[in-house]
Design a protein around this ligand. Structure first.
Ligand code: NAP
Length: 246
C-alpha cells in the first residue's frame, strides 16, 4: 500500500479526477476526506471507498468559503488526529473571450480555483508544520502553462497555482512539507464532456501518444507525488498531457 494511513483531504472529490484519485487513494490505504460542494457525488465517492474496504468520510465544502474550510480541517483532525496530504483539485470553468467576460465570471473562477487552494493550504499548514511533514499538491493545467483562448480567468487561476506552488515549496521545504503541482492536458471527465467531438479528435491527433488522458493517468501521478517514493520532489510542475505541448 503506497499511502497507508496517510490522512488525505481531496477537494472536488465528488466527480472526475478528484473521485478517481479518492478511490485510488482509498485502495492504497489512505484515510480519505472527500471534500466537495456536490453532496450527491461526494457521498457516492466516500461510500464506494468504504464498500471497497477503505476508510473515508464525506465533508460538504465550498473551497471559496474560509469558514467551511476551517470546519472541514477541524473535523479531519478530530477524527484522524493529523493531516498528511492535501490535494487541491476542485476547479471550475466559466469561459468567455476577454471582451465578453463579466466581472462575476472572473471573480468566481479566481475565488474557487486560486483562492480556494490558498484557503485550504492556510487551514492545514499549521498542523503540517507541527507534524514536521506533509504533502500539498495543486492541480493546475496545461492552460496555466500555455494559455488558451476564451479562458483568461481559468488560465490566470491555473498559472497562479504554479506561482503558489513554487513559493510554498521554498517557504515550507525546511519544515518537511513538499509542495508540487500537476498540469493535466485534456482528460476525459464531466468537465470536458461538453467539448465537441471534432475538437477532442484534433487534440488526440496533436498528442504524440495519440490518445486523450484518462482519469487514472492523473490519479496515478497524484498517488506517486503523495507517496514516499516522491520524497525528493518539491516545487515541481509535472505535465500529464501525453506530450501535447512539447
Ligand atoms: P469535474 O469533473 O467537474 O469535478 C470537479 C469537482 O469539483 C465537482 O465535483 C465539482 O462540483 C467540485 N467543485 C466545484 N466547485 C467547488 C467548490 N467551490 N468547492 C468544492 N468543490 C467544488 O472536473 P475535473 O475535470 O475532474 O477537474 C478536476 C480538476 O482538474 C480541476 O481543478 C480542473 O481545472 C483540473 N483539470 C482538468 C482537466 C480536464 O481535462 N478535465 C485538465 C486540466 C486540469 P459540481 O459538480 O457541483 O460543480
Amino acid at each position: 500500500m503506497r499511502v497507508k494511513d496517510k490522512v488525505t483531504i481531496i477537494t472536488g472529490a465528488g466527480s472526475g479526477i478528484g473521485r478517481g484519485t479518492a478511490l485510488l487513494f482509498g485502495s492504497e490505504g489512505a484515510k480519505v476526506v472527500v471534500a466537495d460542494v456536490n453532496e450527491k457525488g461526494g457521498e457516492e465517492t466516500a461510500n464506494e471507498i468504504r464498500q471497497n474496504g477503505g476508510e473515508a468520510f464525506f465533508a460538504r465544502l465550498d473551497v471559496s468559503n474560509r469558514e467551511q474550510v476551517k470546519n472541514v480541517v477541524q473535523e479531519t483532525i478530530k477524527k484522524y488526529g493529523r493531516i498528511d496530504v492535501l490535494i487541491n483539485n476542485a476547479g471550475i470553468i466559466q469561459d468567455a473571450l476577454v471582451v465578453k467576460m463579466t466581472e462575476e465570471q472572473w471573480d468566481r473562477v479566481i475565488n474557487i480555483n486560486l483562492k480556494g487552494p490558498f484557503n485550504c493550504i492556510q487551514a492545514v499548514v499549521g498542523t503540517m508544520i507541527e507534524q514536521g511533514s506533509g504533502e500539498i499538491i495543486n492541480v493546475s493545467s496545461i492552460v496555466g502553462l500555455y494559455g488558451n483562448i476564451g479562458q483568461i480567468n481559468y488560465a490566470s487561476s491555473k498559472a497562479g497555482l504554479i506561482g503558489m506552488t513554487k513559493t510554498l515549496a521554498k517557504e515550507l521545504g525546511k519544515k518537511g512539507i513538499r509542495v508540487n503541482a500537476i498540469a493535466p492536458g485534456f482528460i476525459l471527465t464531466p468537465m470536458t464532456s461538453g467539448i465537441p467531438e471534432k475538437i477532442l479528435e484534433m487534440m488526440k491527433e496533436k498528442t504524440p501518444l495519440k490518445r486523450l488522458g484518462q482519469i487514472e493517468d492523473v490519479a496515478n501521478t497524484l498517488l506517486f507525488l503523495a507517496s514516499d517514493e516522491a520524497s525528493f520532489i518539491n516545487g515541481a510542475v509535472i505535465s500529464v498531457d501525453g506530450g501535447l505541448l512539447i
